[in-house]
Ligand binder design. Sequence first.
Ligand SMILES: *Cc1c(COP(=O)(O)O)cnc(C)c1O
Length: 421
Amino acid sequence: MKLDTLCVQAGYEPQNGEPRLLPIVQSTTFVYDTAETMGKLFDLEEAGFFYTRLANPTLDTVAKKIAALEGGVGAMLTASGQAASLISVTNIAKAGDHVIASAAIYGGTFNLFNKTLRDLGIEFDFVSPTISAEELEKCFKPNTKAVFIETVTNPSLDVVDIELFATVAHAHNVALIVDNTFATPINCRPFEWGADIVVHSTSKYMDGHAVALGGVIVDSGNFDWTKGDYPMLTTPDETYHGTVYTEQFGKAAYITKCCTHLMRDLGPQQSPQNAFLLNLGLDTLALRMERHCANAQKVAEFLEAHDKVESVNYPGLKSNKYYEIAKKYMPNGSCGVISVCVKGGKEGAVRFMEGLKLAKIVIHVADARTCVLHPASTTHRQLSDQQLIDAGIAPNMVRLSVGIENAEDIIADLAQALEQV
Ligand SMILES: *Cc1c(COP(=O)(O)O)cnc(C)c1O
């Protein structure tokens, strides 16, 4: 089935007499006749539900829909995008291991890697999103376990050459993890370009209405963990009576370990209620992405021609350095987010934002309502000046998340605010 059909139909398959719409199984726990049956579930000998921290039917169904959209073998929902990034890396890397990450990634992911995971003993090297294959080669070490990139970066809108990163990572038998939050599977399916694992903050376009925090990890099933150095997947897990994930679960080894090991131990599970809301959002994802992209294209063209604007960064503009590469990876459009540098420095940016009426100032991004944010003084305020430059964030840069309202109304609002700069 096509992606727009999968958005509506994948995951939930009701049987005779069952509800047409995905039920919210708001129960922490599940009943069994005998302790023995339950024991088999504990030992991973049988699949089934026993405690929502490990698995829940509502979560499972929504995860199946997202796995279908990305073309993966399995997926796991998490309480937030941050939890998805955390687990995606720690599922294969521990203290003493090394990870290569693009410097142009979401600010929260950067802090997670550069501070929290470093404090836990994982070593990180951050590289330019436009690094050459030769330079990237030099970053690999014997203990490198993962490469982490973002399809279209929040907020600098760098478009990453997924194939380049995949080819170099695979030459070292290392897995490539891609944060595909901004593009969504509607605009880009990283597995088709060699990515091994995809993560999302579902709090953004997937939910699409800014109602439910969430994340997801999707496993392509394509990476051969036995070829690389991944003892966490290829040697016995004593906490499951010596289960070897690659032997028992084959292509689903990575995602099974995410659920049975890290979700069990860390516990950042999504609530069934949020998964239900996420599922409603997914129903219209394809429709909304089409509108977000069409609106953003019109808005970007308007801003680029405006004399109060210093520069506009949107991969859909012919003047953009990523125009060609975005056409390759996202032929139907990239996302609804634009970054714009207003004339008059930081003060000009603030004046512009405060002059807006329809577009509201919020931290959030990528939902139905047009909104703006000043990254340098909010999401990225922890970064040093050099880190800001590396992440592609100027002091006068405003992140504009174009919603699904009528484009003429959005443009009228921007026009009156620019007059005030
Ligand atoms: C928002 C975001 C995250 C973090 O997700 P939360 O759901 O806020 O925890 C990760 N990556 C990207 C690209 C994001 O935009």
